[in-house]
Each structure stands twice: as structure tokens, then as C-alpha cells.
Design a protein around this ligand. Structure first.
Ligand code: GUN
Length: 292
């Protein structure tokens, strides 16, 4: 079994990005600038945004967090988004989700300039994926593609099962894997909450990508020997007796599935670290497109 090390791979990618940022700074240009918009004070969102800021600064990016009160109106938030679109010193930005219930997230995502949409959530960027045009890939599927390619995992002609159809992981992932591209050319099945007899599909799969947000969902009896497992789940479960009282686990029963797998990503330390690296890669790309 080969453990797919997302921590090491993301460090490699961040080093590659840093080389480019160092060149930019040495030529006396301003560094790429990433902004994160954070509404309210949800602890998970705060922690994600802080990690993104720290990682960006470590590579020499300029990084800012625009914090807004939980009660900001939708109109005011849309105004702030418009300001970010107009600000030439901001190369890319993300609006951390989820937003408070009184704000329509779809409206906000639609208002983001697709050229600054480094999360790849705008329909323009999702549409570009489908039509094979260059654009921003959402960070998690992009990170999974990098893991597959850097570990030289063959996808051509393979049976791939994607479990989960979310717009930010499962859906774009399934499209990318079926495309004529490096890390593509696979025969892809998308399973979801209404799929019947999932095991019939999972036992046929050479590669399984799980992104449904259900702890230990994929078990050893559901997979064949030598399968490649990519676990995009991050679930917090109670862990009495530990210092924090909880621990993070994926959507895969790692302990048992790893005994049958050819390759497998751990949680934490697999897909998670890749997501931030690819967000920074998208921000560098946005900077380069911004004709500095
Ligand atoms: N909430 C959870 N993950 C993400 C992400 O990757 N981007 C944004 N904007 N919000 C999130």
C-alpha cells in the first residue's frame, strides 16, 4: 500500500509557487494579493481563513482578510464584492462559505468577477471546465488531480467511482476525470445519496473518490484489492479522553480499507493540505493574468 502524502505534495507545490513569487519580488513588482471575505465568526470558517492567510504570507503573497459582521445586509456585501472587483491591487479573492442564512450565496458568487474567482465557484469558471477552456479549477478537485498526476496513477480507461455530487468537489471532479486530459480519460460513475446498491459499483472501481461528508462511510467490504482511494471528507467526531475531545476523520474507514488499497490518502494529511496549495496556485495564475 502506498500512502499518498498530501502534506509533502502540497509543500512541493508551495515551493514551486514560492520560486515564482520570489522572481516577481526580485523584479521589483508587487506580490500577488489574495483577499478572503469572512462574514460572521463561525469557528471553522475563521480557522480555514486564517490558515489560508498564513499559507499565502509564507510564500510572499500579500494576504488580507475582510471581516464583516454576521448581520451585514446582502446589499452591503454585494457592494463590498463590487469594490473587490474594481480594485486592481487585488488579484483574487474568496468569499468563505457558508454565508449567514439571510444572504443568498448564489447571488454573491454570481457577483464575483470570474477573473478573480480563485475558488473556481463562479458558473463561468465551472462552465469553462465543461467546455475545456482555461479557467480556475476549484481547489479540491484541482488538488486531487495533482495528487493523481504526481503519484503517476493511471486513469486512462480505468473505472472511477466518484461518491458525492457537490458543486465544489464531486461534480467538477467527475467531469475532469472523464475529459481527454492528463489524469483524465477515465470511465466515470457518479454515485450519490439516491444511488441504489452502491457496493455493485464500488467493487468494480479501480479508483474511488469519496466526498460526501459521512465519517467512515466507505468500508473494506465495498472495495476490491488494489483499489486507489482518495478521501476528500473532513468530519469531526467525538474522541473522549483526547485533549481536544474530538478528532478529524475522513469518509473512508482508513484502518480497514488501507489493508486492501494500492494507494490511499489519509485524513488529515491527504486531500486537505492540497486545497490551500491549489488556491494559492490559482491566485498566482490570477496575478499573471492581471498583466502586472
Ligand atoms: N467553505 C468550505 N470550504 C471552502 C472553500 O474552499 N472556499 C470557500 N469560499 N468556502 C469554503
Amino acid at each position: 500500500m502506498i500512502l499518498i502524502d498530501g502534506k509533502k505534495t502540497s509543500a512541493d507545490i508551495k515551493n514551486e509557487i514560492k520560486v515564482e513569487v520570489d522572481k516577481i519580488i526580485q523584479s521589483n513588482k508587487r506580490p500577488p494579493h489574495l483577499v478572503a471575505v469572512l462574514v460572521g465568526d463561525d469557528p471553522a470558517s475563521r480557522s480555514y481563513v486564517n490558515s489560508k492567510e498564513k499559507a499565502a504570507e509564507k510564500l510572499g503573497f500579500k494576504s488580507s482578510i475582510f471581516r464583516f459582521d454576521e448581520n451585514i445586509s446582502e446589499a452591503k456585501l454585494l457592494e463590498e464584492v463590487a469594490k473587490l472587483n474594481d480594485d486592481d491591487t487585488v488579484d483574487g479573492y474568496i468569499v468563505q462559505l457558508p454565508l449567514p442564512k439571510h444572504i443568498d450565496s448564489q447571488k454573491v458568487i454570481l457577483a464575483i468577477d470570474p477573473n478573480k474567482d480563485v475558488d473556481g465557484f463562479h458558473p463561468m469558471n465551472l462552465g469553462k471546465i465543461i467546455t475545456n477552456m482555461p479557467g480556475f479549477l476549484p481547489a479540491t478537485p484541482y488538488g486531487i488531480l495533482e495528487l493523481i498526476n504526481r503519484y503517476k496513477i493511471e486513469t486512462e480507461g480505468k473505472n472511477v467511482l466518484v461518491i458525492g455530487r457537490s458543486l465544489i468537489v464531486g461534480r467538477p471532479m467527475s467531469i475532469l476525470l472523464s475529459q481527454k486530459r492528463k489524469g483524465g480519460n477515465a470511465t466515470v460513475t457518479v454515485a450519490h445519496s439516491r444511488t441504489k446498491n452502491l457496493k455493485d459499483f464500488s467493487l468494480q472501481a479501480d479508483i474511488i473518490i469519496v466526498a460526501i461528508g459521512s465519517p467512515h462511510f466507505l468500508t473494506a467490504d465495498m472495495v476490491k484489492q488494489g483499489v486507489v482511494i482518495i478521501d476528500a471528507g473532513i468530519n469531526s467526531i467525538d474522541a473522549p479522553g483526547t485533549k481536544r475531545g474530538y478528532k478529524l476523520v475522513g469518509d473512508v474507514d482508513f484502518e480497514n480499507v488501507s489493508k486492501k488499497a494500492g494507494y490511499i490518502t489519509p485524513v488529515p494529511g491527504g486531500v486537505g493540505p492540497m486545497t490551500i496549495a491549489m488556491l494559492l496556485k490559482n491566485t498566482l495564475l490570477a496575478y499573471q493574468n492581471n498583466k502586472n
